[in-house]
Design a protein around this ligand. Structure first.
Ligand code: HMG
Ligand code: MG
Length: 309
C-alpha cells in the first residue's frame, strides 16, 4: 500500500514551508522507554528494521542511561550489537553522562543525543541533578563525543510547560538551548515533554531563537496539539520534526507525558502540504499495526486507525 493508493491528495506548491522535512523517528527510544513491559530485544530489532524499510532515515535506537532508571532500555548493548544497519540510515542514541558515553563508544555508535531540562524540577527528577549542574555534566560529554568524531544532538525538555512549575519562561528556554548549541551540539530539539503547548507559544519560542537552522521540534500529543504545533514550527522555519511510529511514547519521569506525535499523522500532514518526507506510509502503518500487536494494545494514531483496514 503506497501513499498514492490510499487516496492522498496531490502535492500542492508549498508557501512558507520547507520543501523537505527530516523526520527524526523516536519510537524505539521515546516510545519503548515508557512501556510498562520490557519489549524483547528481538522485537525492538525487527521494529527498527521495519522502520528503515518504510523509508525513515533517522532512527533513535535506544539510551545508554542508568538501567535502573529506565529498565525498558537496559538492553542497549545487545540492541546495538544486533542492529542490521541499513545504508543511509543513522541510529542515534541518548547519552546522559560520561559513563553513558563510554558505553556508547564501546557499542560503536556515531551519533548521540544529550538531554537537558529547561526547568529545575525536571532536571532533578529526570537527571538527579540541579538545573545548573546538568550543564556541567553535559559539556564534557559533548566535547569528548565531538573529539571522538561523533555527531551530537541536544534535547531540551519542558520548553513550554512543566507539570510542577507551570508555564516556562521563553528567555529561560532560549538561554538553556543556546548553551547546548555553544557546547557543540549540531542540533537542538525543543521538547514539549507533556504535550501542553499551543501554536502561538511555538511560534513565539522559535522566533525568540532567531536562527532556526539548528532547531528541531519534539511534540508529545497529550492535548491533541502536536500536529498544529508542528505546522506552526514548519512555518516558523524549522525543518526537522521528531515523531514516533504509531504515536508510541512518553517520559517515565513526567507522568503527564503521553505519546509523541505519531509519525503517520505527521506524514499525512506533510503529504497534504506538498512537503517531501521520503516515507512509505503504507509500510509504516503496517509496522505500527504489527507493533501494537506486540504490545497488546491499539495505536493511538488517528491515521493508523483510519488506514489500518
Ligand atoms: P545517578 O544515580 O545520579 O548517577 O543518575 P551517578 O552518577 O550518581 O552514579 C550512580 C551509579 O550509576 C554509579 O554506579 C554509576 O556508574 C552508574 P556505582 O558506582 O554506584 O556502581 N551510572 C550508570 N550506569 C550505566 N549507565 C549510565 C550510568 N550513569 C551512572 N549512563 C543519571 C544520573 C543521569 C545516570 C540518571 O538520572 C539517568 O539515567 N537518567 C535518565 C532518565 C531518562 O532516561 N529519562 C528519559 C529520557 S529524557 C526524555 O524522554 C525527554 C525527551 O524525549 C525530550 C522531551 O520529550 O522533552 C528526550
Ligand atoms: Mg520525548
Amino acid at each position: 500500500m503506497g501513499a498514492r493508493e490510499v487516496g492522498l491528495p496531490e502535492r500542492v506548491p508549498a508557501g512558507g514551508l520547507p520543501p523537505r522535512v527530516e523526520i527524526w523517528e523516536v519510537g524505539a527510544r521515546d516510545g519503548l522507554q515508557n512501556e510498562s513491559s520490557v519489549v524483547p530485544v528481538e522485537v525492538k530489532l525487527e521494529f527498527l528494521d521495519r522502520l528503515a524499510g518504510a523509508g525513515l532515515t533517522t532512527l533513535e535506537a535506544t539510551s545508554f542511561v542508568h538501567p535502573k532508571w529506565v529498565p525498558q532500555l537496559a538492553d542497549a548493548e545487545q540492541l546495538l550489537a544486533g542492529l542490521d544497519r541499513h545504508d543511509g540510515v543513522r541510529y542515534p542514541v541518548l547519552v546522559p553522562n560520561d559513563r553513558g558515553l563510554n558505553r556508547a563508544l564501546e557499542a560503536g555508535v556515531d551519533h548521540i543525543a544529550i538531554f537537558a531540562s529547561a526547568t529545575e524540577t525536571f532536571a532533578q527528577r529526570n537527571l538527579n541533578s540541579t538545573f545548573d549542574d546538568q550543564f556541567g555534566m553535559f559539556e564534557p560529554v559533548v566535547a569528548r563525543a565531538r573529539k571522538e568524531g561523533l555527531e551530537v544532538r541536544g534535547y531540551l525538555s519542558m520548553c513550554f510547560g512543566d507539570p510542577w512549575e507551570g508555564v516556562v519562561d521563553v528567555e529561560q528556554v532560549v538561554r538553556a538551548g543556546k548553551r547546548l548549541l555553544d557546547f557543540g551540539c549540531s542540533q537542538l530539539s525543543l521538547g514539549d515533554t507533556i504535550g501542553v503547548a499551543t501554536t502561538n507559544q511555538v511560534t513565539r519560542l522559535i522566533e525568540a531563537f532567531g536562527d532556526t537552522s539548528a532547531l528541531a521540534v519534539h511534540f508529545h500529543d497529550t492535548y491533541g496539539q502536536a500536529l498544529a504545533n508542528t505546522e506552526a514550527a514548519l512555518r516558523a522555519g524549522v525543518s526537522t520534526v521528531d515523531s514516533s511510529a504509531g504515536g508510541l511514547g512518553g517520559c517515565p519521569y513526567a507522568e503527564s507525558a503521553t505519546g509523541n506525535l505519531a509519525t503517520e499523522d505527521l506524514v499525512w500532514l506533510l503529504e497534504g502540504l506538498g512537503v517531501e518526507h521520503g516515507v512509505d506510509l503504507g509500510k509504516l502503518v503496517e509496522t505500527s499495526v504489527w507493533m501494537a500487536g506486540q504490545l497488546g494494545r491499539p495505536s493511538p494514531s488517528r491515521v493508523v486507525n483510519a488506514l489500518a483496514g
